[in-house]
Design a protein. Structure first.
Lengths: 119, 395, 395, 119, 395, 119
C-alpha cells in the first residue's frame, strides 16, 4: 500500500505542477500580447497592410467573400422579416451555409471573369 | 436424400448460437439491452453508449465470430494471426489496440472545444487539477481492495477522469482485459453526473457560497486562442512525453479551429472523422465485454468492484474540486463561486451545466456556465496529464 | 551519350504497357468502357458500377502494378508480402478480403432503410423469403452446368439475392476468383430489373390480380421501429451466426436511424463512411476482373455461364416471389396484390418501384409502393440469411 | 447433384424458418406494445415526466430545438409564399438544415447566457 | 516513503523531454513554429503546411514516442515491428509509406478540377510540358552538387513540379529520408509563387506581349468532359505505367465530377476523404523532419541545398513555361499571351491567378485566368508524368 | 554527369511525347464528336427518347428533381429580391442545397403516395 500512496501522491503533484506551469505560461504570453498591443499599435497595422500587398489576389478574394456573406445574411434576414411584418425576437439567422465551398476557387474566378466580360 | 437433409439441418442447428449459449451470455445480452435502453430512452451519453452496448450485444451472441478474445490475450500479439482468423470487430479493434482511435477522437474534441473561458481565467486550471484527486484516490482504493494488479488499479482509477477517450486509451495500454467494464462504467457515470453531483455540491457548500455571482470574463483575443494549443502542447509534452498522443491531438484539433485557415480540416475533424472513429471505437470496446472473456473466475467480483470504485472516483473528484473551489472562495474574498469546482472532473459539458443549474437554483440571477467551462475543459487536460503520469509510472 | 539515350528510351518502351498488352487486355478494356457507358449514360446502378468499371479499366492497363492477383491466389495469404509488394488497389482490397467493407456498406444501408412498411405488414417476410428461390434454384443450375465447384456455385447463386454487398461479401469468402464477373453481373442485372421483371409479372398474373388495391398500412410506432433492429439481430444471429457481420451491421445502422439520439453517427454512416467504402470496394472489386487473372483456360465459358445464371437467378426469384404473392392473394381472398411479390428479390428500391409502375398501369388508382417496400426490405434480410446459410454449408 | 438439391432445399427451408420466426417476433412484440399502451396509459405519462425531471437541462434544450425548427420552417415557408403571392402547390420546404450542429452545445448556451446578461 | 517519493519524481524527470532535448530539437521546434506562423498569419498553403508543421513540432518534442524513424530506416521494412513498437504517427505514416495517401488526395483533386479550359485549348498541354524543364533542370543541378544520390536528386527535382502530393508520392518511393525537407520546401515555394513568379514574368516578356488579349475559349460539351478522364487514363497509363496511381486516381475523381451520376461519391471524394487523408499525410510527413532523423552528419548542408534547388526548380519551370509561351506567341502571330506559360508549373490555382494579375496590370481589359487554367492543370498531369518517368528510370 | 543529362533529356522528351499524344487524342475525339453531332442530329434525339422509355421511373424522377431545383432557385431568388425591392447586381443565389439527399428515394415516393391518397 505504501507504493499505492506513493504513486497517488506523485501523480497528483505532477498534475498540479503541469497545470500550474500552464497557468504561468498563459499569464506570461497574455501579458506579452497586451504589452505588445499597446506598444506597437501602429507597427501592427503596417504589417497587416504589407501582408495584404504581398498576396493581393487571395486577400481581396477573402475580404470579398466575407462581405458577401454578411450581405447575404442581412438580405435573407431582412427578406424573411419584412414578409413576416412581425417580431424578430424568436428568429435569428443562425448561419448561412455557403454551399460550393468545394468548387475550386478558380472556377468561381472564371465565372466572375465571364460575367465581367459580358458587361 | 432424406438422411442427408436431416444431417444438414442437424449440423446447422449445432452451429447455431442456441447450441452454445450459456447463462453468462444471456445475462450479458440482457445487460447490453439495458444499456441500449439507457442510451436511447434516458439519453445516457448515447453517442458512445449505444455503439458500446450494441457491440456488447453482438459479441455475446455465440459463434457470431465477430470478435475473438483469445487472439488478444496472448503477449506478444500475433497480428498476422489476427489478419487470418480475426472477425470484423477484431479487425476494427486494431484501431483501439494500436492506440489510434482515442487520439483521433481527441482531435475532434479539440476542434469542438473553446478554451476561451480557460484563457480568460487561467486559475480554473487549479480546479481542473484538484478534481484529479478522484483518479488518485480511486487508485488507492482499488489497490486497497486487493483483487486488482497495479496496472488494473491505474486503469480503474482513470474512470475518475470522467473522460471517455482518455479512459479507453489508458485502459487499452494498462489493462485491456478490463476495457469493457471500465468503458461502460465511465460513460454511465458521465451520464449520471446530473444525479451524482448535486447532492455532493449542496452538502459541501453553503447557500451563501452558491449565490456568488462571478465577474464577467474578459474577452480573449484570437491571437491568445491560437497560441494556447501550440504552447500548451510544447509545455505538456516536454514535461510528460507519455501524454503526447492525447494532448498533441487535442491541441492540433483546437489549432484547426482557432487558426481559421483550415476550415475544411476543422469541419472534417469534428464530423466525419470523429464520427467514423466513434462508431468503430464504441462497437469494439463494447465487444470486449463478451462472455468468452468474462467467464474467468473472479470476474463478477471485479466488475462489482469497478462499479463501486467508479462511483467513488466521481464522488471524490467532485468533492475535491468543490473543496478547492471553497479554498479559492476564501482566498479571493468571495469572488469565486465554489460550485464551478465540481466541473473540474470534465464530463464536458454536463458537469459545467450542472454547476450552472445548481447555481441558478440558489440565485436565479446566477449564470455560472461560462465560468464553469474553464475548470471543465481544464479537467480534460488534467485527466490527460494524469493518464500520462499513470502510464509513465505503471506502464 | 547517344547510345545511352537510345538505351534509356528503349528501356522505357519495354516497360510501357504497349509491350505487354494482349487481346484479352484489350477486350477487357473495351468491356470496362462499355460498363462505364452503361453507368453514366443509362444510369445503371452508377454508384457501384462506375467505380467497378474504372477499377476493371485500371487493372487491365498492363504493368500499372495497381493490383497483383498472384498475391491473392495463394493460400494462406501472405499479408506481409502484400504490404511489401502490393499496389494501391491490393492494399485497398484488404478491406474486401478481410470482410470489412461489405458490412460497413450494410451499416449505411441500415441507416437509410425504413423498415416501417415491413413492421406494419410482417407477412411481407414470406414474400422476401419466397424470392430467395432465385438463389437456391441458381445454385442447382450452376452445379448442373458442371464447370463450377460447389463454392463457386454458391457464390454465383447469391447473384439471385439482388443485393450487391451481400454478393461481394459471400463471393469474397467462397470464391474470390470470381469476384469481378459476379459483382458486374449482380449490379448489371439490378440495374436491369425494370426490364427483366415486367414481362414476367404480366405473364404470371391476371389483370384482375394486378388491379387489387391494398389496404393502407397501419402506422408503426417509434418504439416498434426501435425494437425491430435489436430483436431481429438477436434472433437471426442466434439462429445463424454466419450472418452476423451483415445482419448485425444492417441492424446497427437502422438502430442509429430509429433511435434518434445519435444523429451524428447516423449521418456519417449514411454519407461519408458508406461513400468512402463504396469507392474503395468498387475500385478493387472491379480490379479483380483483370486479364492476368482471367487468362486461365475455361474462363470465357465461366463468364458466359455467370451471365446466363445471373439472368436465371433474377427471373426465378421474380417468378417465385410473384407465385407466392398469388398464393397470398388466394389465401386472403384477394386482399394482397401479387405484384408486390416480385419486390421480394430486393434490388432496393428499384424492384418496389417496378411493382408500383406495373400496378398503376393496370389500375391508375393503385399505389403499391409502400406495400412493395415491405417485401423489398425483407428481401435484403432474406438474402443476408441465405448468404449465411450458404457460407455455413459450403464455407 | 443430390448434394446440390439437398443444399438448396435446406437453404430455402432455413430462410423460411428464420423469416417466419421474425414474423412471429414482430407480431408478439407489436401486440405486447399495443397491450401495454392500453393498459398503462397513465403510468407511461408519469415515466416520461420523471425522465424529464432527472435530466432537465438536456431535455429542455432538445424540446426547444424542435420547436425552433418547426417555427423556422413555418416562417421561411410563409415568407417565400407571401412574396410569391401564389400557389403553394408546387413548393414545399423539404428540409431546413440547421447548420452549426457541430458547435458544442455549451458554446450555444454560453452565447445565450451572454445575450441574457445583456438584457 | 520519502525516498520512494524522491525516486519516483526523479524517474519522471529523467523520462521527461527536458532530459533529452538537444540544440537540434530546439532549432527544429522553432522552425516548426515559424511554419505554423506562415501557415496561419500569411496563409501559406495552410491546408497542408499547418498539419506538416504541427507534425514536425510533435516529432521534435523528445521521447513523445509518436514517430520512430529507426523503424523506417531499415530495408526491408519490418511491418510487424511497426505494429508492435510504432507510435501513433508511425501507424498513420503507413498510409504514406505504402503509397495510399497521395493517390487519394489526387482523387479529391480530380473531383475538384475542371479540365474544360484544357479541352477547349489542348495546345495548353505544350506549356504544361515545357514547365517541367524545372524538374529536369533541377535534377541536373542536384547531381552537379555532388552530395545527393541519384534517387535523392530525383526526389528533390520533383519540387519543380509544384505539386505537393506528387512530390510526397515520389519522394516516399525514391528517398523517404528527405521527405520532411522536400515537402516543406515544395509547399513553401508553392505559397511563394506570387512572389517568385512576377519578376521573372516581367523580365522575360515585353509589355506588348503581356497586353495580348486572348480569344474567348469555345464551350466544351459534357461528353468531351466525360471522355477526357477515361481516354487520358488509358493513354497515359499505357505509355507510362509507373504514373498509374496518380493519373488513375486523378482521372477517376474527375470522372466522378463530370459523369454527374455519382454526386455522393464526388462530394465525399472532395470533402471527407481528402480532408481525412490530408490531416494524416500532413502530420506524418512533417513528423519525418525530426531531430532523431536529421542529426546525421551532412544534413544541414543537404537541407540548405534543397532550399536553393527548390527555388531553382520553380524559377526554371516558370522561365521555361514563359519562353515556350513566347514561342507560341510568335508561332500564332501574337494570339497567345506568353504570360499563361508560367502557369504551366501547376501550383494550382495560384500560378494561374498570378498570370491573371500580371496580365491585368499590363492591360486592365485582360482576363487571362481561364486561359491560364489550361496550362495550370496540364502542369498537374505533366508533373505526374514526370514523376512516373523519374520513378521508372531511377526507382 | 553524363548520366544526369541523359536522364533529364529522356525525361523531358517523354513528358512532351505523352502530352502531345494527349493533344492529338483530344483533337481527334473532339472533332469526332462535332462530326457525329452534325451528322446524327436526329438519331441522337431518338436514342435519348429510347433511353427514357427503357427506364421510365428513374428518368422521370430525375427530370422532376431538376425542374424542382430550378423552380426553387427561382422562387427563393424572387422572394428575396421582391422583398429587397432593390438591385440584384450584388446577389445571386449561388446554390441551393437540397438536404435530404440521404433520405431513401422510396421514402420520398412513399410520402408522395400518402399525400396523393389523401387528395
Ligand atoms: Na477529467
Ligand atoms: Na434479396
Ligand atoms: Na506541375
Amino acid at each position: 500500500m505504501d507504493r499505492a500512496f506513493n504513486v497517488a501522491l506523485v501523480g497528483i503533484i505532477v498534475v498540479f505542477i503541469v497545470l500550474v506551469l500552464i497557468i504561468l505560461l498563459i499569464k506570461l504570453y497574455s501579458s506579452l500580447i497586451t504589452w505588445a498591443g499597446k506598444n506597437k499599435g501602429n507597427t501592427a497595422k503596417k504589417t497587416t497592410i504589407e501582408t495584404k500587398e504581398s498576396n493581393p489576389v487571395s486577400e481581396s478574394n477573402h475580404v470579398m467573400s466575407v462581405d458577401n456573406n454578411m450581405e447575404i445574411v442581412a438580405v435573407i434576414t431582412a427578406a424573411v422579416m419584412a414578409c413576416m411584418q412581425g417580431s424578430s425576437s424568436s428568429l435569428r439567422v443562425r448561419s448561412i451555409k455557403r454551399i460550393g465551398h468545394t468548387t475550386p476557387i478558380w472556377n468561381i474566378a472564371g465565372r466572375n471573369e465571364q460575367i465581367l466580360s459580358k458587361i | 436424400m432424406w438422411n442427408d437433409f436431416i444431417f444438414a439441418i442437424k449440423e446447422l442447428a449445432l452451429e447455431s448460437g442456441f447450441a452454445k449459449i450459456t447463462l453468462l451470455h444471456f445475462v450479458l445480452i440482457v445487460i447490453a439491452c439495458v444499456f441500449i435502453y439507457l442510451a436511447i430512452a434516458r439519453k445516457y451519453e448515447p453517442l458512445l453508449l449505444l455503439p458500446i452496448a450494441f457491440g456488447m450485444l453482438l459479441a455475446n451472441l455465440p459463434l457470431g465470430g465477430l470478435m475473438h478474445p483469445e487472439l488478444w490475450d496472448v503477449s506478444p500479439i500475433d497480428y498476422n494471426l489476427i489478419l487470418h482468423n480475426g472477425g470484423l470487430l477484431d479487425l476494427l479493434y486494431l484501431g483501439v489496440k494500436l492506440g489510434i482511435f482515442p487520439p483521433l477522437i481527441f482531435l475532434g474534441i479539440g476542434a469542438m472545444t473553446d478554451f476561451g473561458p480557460l484563457i480568460a481565467n487561467p486559475k480554473s486550471f487549479l480546479l481542473g487539477a484538484a478534481a484529479q484527486f478522484g483518479i488518485f484516490g480511486t487508485f488507492i482504493g482499488a489497490m486497497a481492495l486487493g483483487n486488482f494488479t497495479e496496472k488494473q488499479a491505474g486503469a480503474i482509477a482513470i474512470i475518475g477522469g470522467a473522460d471517455g477517450p482518455t479512459a479507453i486509451w489508458l485502459t487499452s495500454k494498462l489493462a485491456p482485459e478490463l476495457l469493457g467494464p471500465i468503458a461502460l462504467a465511465a460513460y454511465s457515470y458521465m451520464a449520471l453526473v446530473p444525479i451524482i453531483q448535486p447532492p455532493i455540491m449542496k452538502a459541501l457548500t453553503t447557500k451563501k457560497e452558491r449565490e456568488v455571482v462571478m465577474e464577467q470574463l474578459r474577452p480573449v483575443s484570437k491571437l491568445e486562442k491560437i497560441l494556447f494549443p501550440i504552447l500548451v502542447s510544447i509545455l505538456v509534452i516536454l514535461i510528460l512525453p507519455a501524454a503526447a498522443p492525447l494532448v498533441g491531438m487535442l491541441m492540433l484539433g483546437n489549432l484547426f479551429k482557432e487558426s481559421g485557415v483550415v476550415e475544411r480540416l476543422n469541419e472534417t475533424a469534428q464530423n466525419a472523422l470523429i464520427n467514423i472513429v466513434t462508431i468503430f471505437l464504441g462497437l469494439t470496446v463494447g465487444a470486449t465485454a463478451s462472455a468468452d472473456k468474462l467467464s474467468q473466475p473472479g470476474f463478477g467480483l471485479q466488475a462489482l468492484s469497478i462499479i463501486i470504485l467508479g462511483l467513488l472516483a466521481f464522488s471524490v473528484g467532485t468533492a475535491s474540486g468543490l473543496l478547492f473551489g471553497k479554498l479559492m472562495y476564501w482566498a479571493t474574498g468571495g469572488k469565486v463561486n465554489p460550485l464551478i469546482g465540481s466541473a473540474g472532473v470534465s464530463a464536458v459539458p454536463m458537469a459545467a451545466r450542472v454547476s450552472q443549474v445548481v447555481g441558478q437554483k440558489a440565485n436565479p440571477q446566477n449564470f455560472l456556465l461560462m465560468h464553469a467551462m474553464g475548470p471543465n475543459v481544464a479537467g480534460v487536460i488534467g485527466s490527460a496529464v494524469a493518464a500520462g503520469v499513470l502510464l509513465s509510472m505503471l506502464g
